[in-house]
Design a protein around this ligand. Sequence first.
Ligand SMILES: [Zn+2]
Length: 86
Amino acid sequence: MNHKYLCPSCQGNRSRFYLIKKLAQEVRIDPNTGKIVWAADEWEDVLDDGELYLEVRCALCGYTSRENVFTQAAKNLGASNNLAID
Ligand SMILES: [Zn+2]
């Protein structure tokens, strides 16, 4: 996985991020009581079109969105904006 990111909010951060993935656990619930009567042993990665559902959070400004928002920002602004923040 080699994706360049750029935060579209603060537009300066290209290097410090949190990757956020979703986990799902299948459960069966008693419709009358709301009690969980069965739960799968494992939490599974949530996929989106066969790929890991991934969000990215900017470690500087906290902006959070789908990964493609960050990769698109890196593509769109990559040529004209070379700000770097350490
Ligand atoms: Zn940011």
